[in-house]
Design a protein around this ligand. Structure first.
Ligand code: ASP
Ligand code: MG
Length: 476
C-alpha cells in the first residue's frame, strides 16, 4: 500500500458507470483500493432504472399498469445479466437476485397502491424512485466482493437524515455526520469497502426521501464532507468538464482544472456534469473533487480547485474564457410599458406569476430605464407564462401602464465562463466582436455580479455558429 493507506476516498459512480460500465467500475474500485486504505463507494441506480421507476408510478396514478409490467421485467433482466457477468459464486448470485426480486415486488405493490389511490404523492414517488439505488448497491457490492475486495452495501437511509421535503430533501448535516461516522467508520476500520446508495436519505421518522434528480453526486459530496474524506471522485461517462459540447464543437477539449465558481456556472447552464448542490459541502469542508471517466480511467479528468480570488490570470482577454455552453429551446418573454418606470412591485408580481406556473427562470434582464423586463423561459412554458402575466397585469394593460406582454421565437442562451473575467478588462468586448464578426445577432445579455460568466441570448438558428466562434477564443 502507498502513502495514501490512511486516507479516505469517496468514489461515486453514475448510472452508465454501473450499467454497461459496471465491469469497469469494479476494476476501478479494485485498482484504487490498492492505493487508498479507506474507500467508500456511492452509486446511482443503473442507467434507465430511475426513469422507468418514476414513469411506472406516474402512469399507475392514471390507472395504466402496462409500463409497470415492462419496467419490472426490464429491472429483473438488467440486474440479472450484470450479476451473471460479475458475481462468480452461484449461491451469492442467487442471493443478490432474490434480494433485488424482493425490491421489484415492492415496486409492483407500491404502483398498484398508487393506481388504487389514483394519485402518486411526492412521498410515494420517493419510495418508488429510491428502489433503483437500493437494487444497484446490492449488485455492485457483490460484484466488488467477487473481484476479491471485501465489501458491504449500506442504505443511505441509515446515514443521511433529511427534512420531509420529498423529492428535494435537505440534509441535516449534524445528524448526518454522527450517523455516517457511526455506521461507516467500523466498516472502514475492518478494511471493507462500503457501497452506499446515492440519491436517497430518510426523515427522522424513517420515511425515504430523495435529494432531487441526479442527486447521487450530492450524496457523495455529503458523505465526503461529513466523514470527512480527503478526496471525492465522481466517475461518469465523459473525460471531465469540457470547453464546449463536443457534439457542437469537434475540437472541444477537457479542462484539467476548473474553479468551483466556474463549475457552478457550468452546472446551472446545462453542462450537466455535476449536480449543482455537489459543490457547496466539499468547498466548505476543503475537500478535493475530481471528475473522471469510467470508460477511460487513465485519463486524469478534471480537478475542481478552490477559487483563488483571481481565477485564471490571463495575459490577454481571449485567454480568460474557459468554456462555452448553450441551453437551447428557450423563449424570451418581455413585459413592457412606459408606466412601469419607478413603480415598485412590478418585478415581484411578474416573477410571482411565473413561479405560479412552476417554471424556473434561467436569465433575467432589465435596463435602468425600467421600460421593460425581459427573461428567458423554457420554450414549452412560454405560452402559459404569457397568459399568467396578462392575468396578473390585466388592469395595467387596460390602463395602458403596460403596453404589452410578448414572446420571441425559439432562442438559445450562450454562456461564456471564466473566473479570470473579474480582473481582466475587455473580455465582453472581445466576446461581442467575435459574435459580430460571425454575423450573430445578440438579443439580450446578462452578467452576474460575480463576473464569472456572461450570458448572451441569440436566435436558436445561430447556436452552432456562435458556440464555435466563441470556442475559437479558447482553442485556437
Ligand atoms: N438515480 C437518480 C437519478 O437518475 C440519481 C442519480 O443518478 O444521481 O436521478
Ligand atoms: Mg448525474
Amino acid at each position: 500500500m502507498s502513502q495514501n493507506s490512511s486516507k479516505t476516498l469517496v468514489m461515486k459512480f453514475g448510472g452508465t458507470s454501473v450499467g454497461v460500465g459496471m465491469p469497469n467500475a469494479v476494476q476501478i474500485v479494485k485498482d484504487t483500493r490498492a492505493d487508498w486504505g479507506r474507500v467508500v463507494v456511492v452509486t446511482s441506480a443503473i442507467s434507465g432504472a430511475t426513469d422507468r421507476l418514476l414513469n411506472s408510478a406516474t402512469h399507475a396514478a392514471q390507472g395504466d399498469l402496462t409500463i409497470l409490467r415492462s419496467a419490472a421485467a426490464w429491472l429483473r433482466q438488467s440486474h440479472a445479466d450484470l450479476a451473471d457477468k460479475l458475481v462468480a459464486d452461484s449461491a451469492r448470485r442467487a442471493q443478490v437476485n432474490t434480494e433485488i426480486g424482493a425490491l421489484i415486488d415492492s415496486f409492483v405493490e407500491l404502483c398498484r397502491a398508487i393506481s388504487v389511490l389514483g394519485e402518486a404523492s411526492p412521498r410515494a414517488l420517493d419510495a418508488v424512485a429510491s428502489l433503483g439505488e437500493r437494487m444497484s448497491v446490492r449488485l455492485l457490492s457483490a460484484a466488488i466482493e467477487s473481484a476479491g475486495v471485501p465489501s458491504k452495501y449500506v442504505e443511505a437511509t441509515e446515514l443521511i437524515l433529511t427534512n420531509d421535503r420529498f423529492q428535494h430533501a435537505h440534509p441535516d448535516f449534524a445528524q448526518t455526520t454522527e450517523r455516517t461516522r457511526r455506521v461507516l467508520s467500523p466498516l472502514l476500520d475492518q478494511g471493507l469497502v462500503p457501497v452506499v446508495t446515492g440519491f436517497i436519505g430518510a426523515t427522522e421518522k424513517g420515511a425515504i426521501t430523495t435529494l432531487g434528480r441526479g442527486g447521487s453526486d450530492y450524496s457523495a459530496a455529503i458523505l465526503g464532507a461529513v466523514l470527512p474524506a480527503d478526496d471525492v471522485w465522481i466517475w461518469t461517462d465523459v473525460d471531465g468538464v469540457m470547453t464546449a459540447d463536443p457534439r457542437l464543437v469537434p475540437n472541444a477539449r477537457t479542462l484539467a482544472e476548473v474553479t468551483y465558481s466556474e463549475v457552478a456556472e457550468l452546472a446551472y447552464y446545462g453542462a450537466k456534469v455535476l449536480h449543482p448542490k455537489t459543490i457547496r459541502p466539499v468547498v466548505d469542508a476543503g475537500i478535493g473533487l475530481r471528475i473522471c471517466n469510467t470508460f477511460n480511467p487513465s485519463h486524469p479528468g478534471t480537478r475542481l480547485v478552490a477559487n483563488n480570488g483571481n481565477g485564471h490570470r490571463a495575459a490577454h482577454s481571449g485567454d480568460v474564457v474557459r468554456a462555452v455552453t448553450a441551453i437551447r429551446q428557450q423563449r424570451l418573454v418581455t413585459i413592457e410599458g412606459r408606466g412601469m418606470l419607478g413603480v415598485p412591485g412590478v418585478a415581484a408580481r411578474t416573477f410571482g406569476a411565473v413561479a405560479s406556473t412552476g417554471t424556473s427562470v434561467p436569465l433575467i434582464t432589465q435596463a435602468s430605464s425600467e421600460q421593460s423586463i425581459c427573461f428567458a423561459v423554457p420554450f414549452d412554458m412560454a405560452d402559459s407564462i404569457v397568459g399568467a402575466l396578462e392575468n396578473v397585469f390585466a388592469e395595467e394593460l387596460e390602463d395602458g401602464d403596460i403596453d404589452r406582454v410578448w414572446m420571441t421565437d425559439e432562442v438559445a442562451i450562450l454562456t461564456v465562463v471564466g473566473a479570470g473575467m473579474r480582473h481582466t478588462p475587455g473580455v465582453s468586448g472581445h466576446v461581442f466582436s467575435q459574435l459580430g464578426a460571425h454575423n450573430v445577432n445578440v438579443l439580450a445579455i446578462a452578467q452576474g455580479s460575480s463576473e464569472v460568466s456572461i450570458s448572451i441570448v441569440i436566435d436558436s438558428a445561430d447556436t452552432e455558429r456562435a458556440v464555435k466562434a466563441l470556442h475559437e477564443m479558447i482553442v485556437k
